[in-house]
Design a protein around this ligand. Sequence first.
Ligand code: SF4
Length: 397
Amino acid sequence: MDTTAKLTFILDNADLSQELRGIALKVQQKERITFDEGVYLYEHAELGFLGVLANYIREQKHGDKTYFNRNFHIEPTNVCIYTCNFCSYSRLIKNKEDGWEMSVDGMMDILKKYDNEPVTEVHVTGGVVPKQNLEFYADFFRSVKAHRPSLHIKALTPVECFYIFKKAKLSHYDGLKYFKEAGLDSMPGGGAEIFHPEVREKIANDKCTAEQWLDIHEQAHKLGLKTNATMLYGHIEEFKHRVDHMERLRQLQDKTGGFQAFIPLKFRNQNNQMEHVPEVSVVEDLRNYAIARIYLDNFDHIKAYWAMISRQTAQLSLNFGVDDIDGTLDDTTKIYSMAGAEEQTPGMSTRELANLIKQVHRQPIERDTFYNVVTDYTDFVFEEDVKPQYYKLPVIN
Ligand code: SF4
């Protein structure tokens, strides 16, 4: 049964509540659901129902295409002046001896390791420290572009930008313009956490506010920089806070159209000050992806970080609205592993990523940062797959 037939099947079910039928009809007619309907879905909708709706939207937008990119991360520091309670990464207070602060040369050394690799993007984000200021990053961006002009630089969340621009006495717009002129190509979506002050003040009370986060993205969009947006879910927030978070993003997207992907990030409870807060189940992860796909009708992509949620859940998520599972990573990020993610040394070859997607009957598409197709791996045969395999057989005398 295809997704359209599945949606019709659901609508034909006489036992479906009036509220859920209304939402399913809106999805079928490509209408936007309201804030209250978003909360209703979180409170009442079962996984199977959500999967049908989210998959319908996903396949209307992308068919079976599932995107990934060849990227690596540079994390300039894991020391941070802020004190977010959920953070497993910052080494300012605990385990200071494990902290690192890189120089521009050190970051360039990492980058040069990829000189002969077909990566398309470097993803740069980390903690916030005074030394890594406006000139530090502008120097780095210029050095990257001088060394490898075609490499896309996706760097710095509003948390880093807000601090850097404040210190440099620049407006958000002028700071971003300066970075763009130095080589910045786009921005990741981190630091959003949960926008609502009832939650933000409890989990991240000393970094940029929701309004500042949103303004930095708005200014980036004005400058023609594409960005992503995240949401840290599954801790002390209520469903209405998740919907409020997505509502603010949906409104900004209506205004600017500058967001590319929405990335729900699962709260992990290891090595942080919220170890007493239980993690949500995989079922809740999938429900959350699906509701995000339904709610954010003006976002093209819903992305799952396979390194954070495990390879198997990433495969499952492709039936719940997700169309992008991020990149090869090459074990260059510690952000997820330090928080207790299953993948402690995250990295997958292109072949592994493509096969992961093919195993669940989707089309693996390597993309660049702007979702242009680099390679369609649907019918691609990897060299390793055609090499004759020799097995050592036991010798019987
Ligand atoms: S989450 Fe980010 S801003 Fe908050 S303490 Fe950790 S590194 Fe710093």
